[in-house]
Design a protein around this ligand. Structure first.
Ligand code: GPU
Length: 834
């Protein structure tokens, strides 16, 4: 039954004006007519026309902020994985239909135009994408916020697959220019590196710490608009570029000046050159620490300057500002804030500390040990001498606190000190100097409290809290899956766009056979769309009637893509042995980038492609199994992929995935989860019911138990399970590498060999294999019953309400940030241009 039409589109959008604006832009930017312009030029022209609309709301928003003086959150993050802006901005302006019409009338295809935009990929994976979802929700909910980050010249590399191997290609995302950005040289800041700390007596007789003999760079902000959905609010993502500071004239420099000038120019060029492509992994590179301090110093300086333009007492800074640290990467912010407060505003240590500890809050995104940032003292103190001095003092005072609480307990100091064993431990600094430590899913937060950060929790339990992650339904349903979005709106109205829990009204349709058919039909059309993409990009033909079983996420051993492909090998063996067996056709879809130096991850990509070559072309299989590796997985093709998925693979080793957010995007698009009780999967199953998901494998307690007792022995499984043994032998007998049988030996060794690696099967792949295969059998059987499957899929959509980032942000606001809600004067809302 159709209840309500889509009433969310703004009626005030001036289509004719917009069309004129596009034509005008093509003319003035390129001296061309529409017919002569290239698709990229048309994208630029449309982008500028949309920016024009956005600019008015941006101005109004900031005028209103100026008037209302709301408390502001600065979301400090090394990564923002924004994805394309054009379509999202049009959606949030509620102008998708008129813009589409305008394009049609000009003989243009909006989809093709959107496809011209490079994905701004200033992030690796979940952590950066979460930051982007948060910005979308902050604007939509009407809170004053800045995202602060780095304008990397090269974002996440582009992945090409050649001969089954990953090749990294530089992502020169700015070559054609970015129509949405605004350069703001008037807010440039100087950032200083190196040198030494001196004590100087200033003109007022105060002794003061000053950094001397340093090199510096100029940080220049570029602002990107973050458009709220239908409320006229536009916040700002401020990303910093680095430029050399001109400090000499060509006619009056001596050799030393020249040397210094060249070095400073190089420093500026190098700092923002490239995003480190490591996910959940810390490499300890000096340039990375420079990046961190660079954008933090600039952001903190500007936050303070902005505050002081309106207020006179810096001691009350925390009443108007919160710094949320996205993992430990921005943690130098606490010391930089202390430095400015003491060295530039002459606050005492105690006064400065009181401000800092009420301003800063830290989010933990992983328990993976290799992701913990620890900087060698030598490097840190050489690069940031004044900052290091301040951290030493924070550490000294923190150790006194530990001793007061645990007199004589050296063990506590060893485990909790900020500086220990020649290293600066950034997580310890973030915990000691902030008012909040939060995990990103309930299970993750519990593990932090009971295991990883147990000592800190015991000492400061009041700081610990959970904020289960979320995603924006505007991008991942409204924009990414228009067919399903319209269907949902037709049944429950459009409230879900800004109030996702309303989508639960769909529950009553789960048993309605007509609705089930409609749903499956939409899913089918989305599968056809993805099949076309796969044919175009991979040259592989896939059958949209097969089960689309999808694992897309960064390639990491803990995420266990290897378990997935080993299971495909097992199914292949079964079908080869018994070609007549009952088998529902399945397409296994993978998409993943591997960190450039991560050997096992890269070999897993090669294995997936090698299995694909064999299985896809085996006449005995006859297309019943297809394996597809989607090249260059990123936000833009993710939107197509989620919409087309039947099965969502969320199979990390329990306890290892802090939350996961892809799991939520699949759920919202009506895929059923096969997964472990890890991260937010736990809460997903709680919402949708265990009967509408396929849960298998060790629990996090069991995993942690094994780990605390020295691991487990996979050889027993190898010896006793012929199916597993056969699959493992195929890794080293050339089944998938006839010319180089040893190609996958490292993967084999990672599962079995305790000699070449110190631990075998650290991620419990063999331990969970049987249970996974069993869960996959259940998936197949469930899919055979189309009505039951459709029911479960609809219920997944209907029960996804909790996982909107709007809910997550509201929790941050209510419990941590205490921001003021900003409402624009009525006449401005929805207004596009005057
Ligand atoms: N995450 Br730390 C990353 O994507 N990169 C990182 O460097 C670190 C964490 C992810 C977690 O792996 C994922 O479970 C979580 O959902 C996401 O952060 C957002 O919290």
């Amino acid at each position: 039954m159709i209840k309500k039409k889509d009433t969310q589109e703004s009626s005030s959008f001036d289509k004719e004006l917009f069309k004129r604006s596009v034509l005008y832009n093509v003319k003035t930017l390129y001296r061309k007519t529409l017919e002569e312009a290239t698709p990229q030029q048309i994208f630029q022209a449309v982008g500028y026309a949309i920016k024009d609309v956005v600019i008015d709301n941006w101005l109004t928003t900031h005028k209103e902020y100026d008037k209302q003086d709301p408390k502001t959150v600065y979301y400090l993050s090394m990564e923002f994985l924004m994805g394309r802006a054009l379509g999202n901005n049009i959606i949030n302006l509620q102008a998708y239909k008129p813009v589409k019409e305008a394009m049609d009338e000009l003989g243009l295809d909006l989809n093709v135009i959107e496809d011209q935009e490079p994905d701004p990929a200033l992030g690796n994976g979940g952590l950066g994408r979460l930051a982007s979802c948060f910005l979308d929700s902050l604007s939509t909910l009407g809170y004053a916020a800045y995202g602060c980050g780095i304008r990397y010249r090269y974002g996440m590399f582009k992945q090409e697959i050649r001969d089954g191997y990953q090749i990294e290609v530089p992502d020169n995302w700015l070559v054609d220019g970015n129509p949405f950005e605004l350069r703001r040289p008037e807010y440039a800041k100087e950032v200083k590196f190196g040198g030494y700390v001196n004590v100087r007596i200033d003109e007022n007789g105060r002794s003061n710490f000053v950094q001397e003999g340093y090199q510096s760079v100029r940080a220049i902000p570029y602002d990107l608009p973050i458009v709220g959905y239908g409320n006229g609010i536009v916040n700002t993502l401020r990303i910093w570029d680095a430029e050399a500071i001109e400090c000499f004239h060509l006619d009056s420099f001596d050799k030393g000046d020249y040397q210094k000038a060249v070095e400073q120019a190089n420093l500026a060029k190098n700092i923002v050159e490239v995003l480190y492509p490591n996910d959940n992994h810390y490499a300890g590179k000096e340039l990375r620490l420079k990046q961190q301090y660079f954008f933090i110093s600039a952001s903190v300086q500007e936050a303070i300057a902005k505050y002081m333009r309106k207020h006179d007492d810096i001691r009350k800074f925390y009443e108007k500002v919160t710094f949320q640290l996205n993992d430990t990467h921005p943690t130098v912010a606490v010391a930089e804030l202390m430095r400015i407060l003491m060295d530039e505003y002459y606050l005492t240590w105690e006064e400065a500390w009181n401000v800092t500890i009420k301003t800063c809050a830290y989010t933990n995104h992983t328990i993976m040990a290799e992701a913990l940032e620890k900087w060698p003292i030598e490097l840190f103190s050489r690069l940031l001498p004044r900052i290091y001095q301040i951290i030493e003092e924070i550490n000294r005072r923190f150790i006194i606190k530990i001793q007061e609480m645990y007199p004589g307990n050296q063990e506590k100091i060893r485990k909790m000190a900020i500086i220990y064993d020649g290293q600066v431990k950034m997580a310890h600094l973030a915990i000691a100097a902030g008012f909040s430590v939060n995990g990103v899913a309930r299970l993750h937060t519990e593990i932090l409290k009971k295991q990883e950060l147990r000592d800190f929790y015991e000492m400061m339990p009041e700081k610990f809290n959970n904020k289960t992650n979320g995603i924006t339904q505007r991008r991942f349903l409204l924009h990414g899956n228009p067919l399903l979005a319209d269907w949902v709106t037709a049944h429950v109205g459009s409230d879900w766009i800004t109030d996702l829990p309303k989508i639960s009204k769909l529950k009553i349709y789960a048993d309605d056979e007509k609705c089930q058919q409609e749903f499956m039909n939409i899913k089918y059309q989305n599968k056809v769309r993805l099949a076309q993409y796969i044919l175009e990009h991979n040259g592989i033909e896939v059958d949209p009637r097969s089960i689309f079983d999808v694992q897309v996420k960064r390639l990491h051993e803990y995420k266990r893509q290897l378990l997935n492909i080993l299971h495909v090998m097992y199914l292949y063996n079964q079908l080869k042995d018994n070609p007549e067996m009952e088998f529902f056709p399945r397409t296994f879809i993978f998409g993943a980038k591997a960190a450039a130096g991560y050997y096992n991850a890269k070999m897993t990509i090669k294995l997936i492609n090698s299995v694909a070559d064999v299985v896809n072309n085996d006449p005995v299989i006859n297309g019943r199994i297809k394996v597809v590796f989607i090249e260059n997985y990123r936000v833009s093709n993710a939107e197509l992929i989620f919409a087309a998925a039947d099965v969502s693979e969320q199979i990390s080793t329990a306890s290892k995935e802090a939350s996961g957010t892809g799991n939520m995007k699949f759920m919202l698009n009506g895929a059923l989860t096969i997964g472990t009780m890890d991260g937010a999967n736990v809460e997903i199953v709680e919402e949708v019911g265990a009967e509408n998901a396929f849960i298998f494998g060790l629990s996090s307690d069991e995993v942690i138990n094994f780990e605390n007792n020295g691991g487990y022995d996979p050889t027993e499984i190898f010896n006793n399970d012929p199916d597993v043994r056969r699959v493992l032998m195929q890794l080293i007998n050339g089944t998938f590498a006839p010319n180089d049988p040893d190609r996958f030996r490292t993967l084999y060794n990672s599962l079995l060999n305790t000699i070449s690696t110190n631990k075998a099967d650290m991620y419990f792949i063999l331990k969970d294999f049987k249970a996974y295969a069993e869960a996959q059998r259940k998936v197949e059987n469930a899919y055979r019953d189309e009505k039951r499957w459709a029911r479960s899929a609809i219920l997944n959509v209907a029960c996804s309400g909790k996982f909107t980032s709007d809910r997550t942000i509201q929790e941050y606001v209510d419990e941590l940030w205490h921001l003021d809600k900003v409402v624009l004067p009525k006449k401005v809302v929805g207004k596009d241009k005057t």
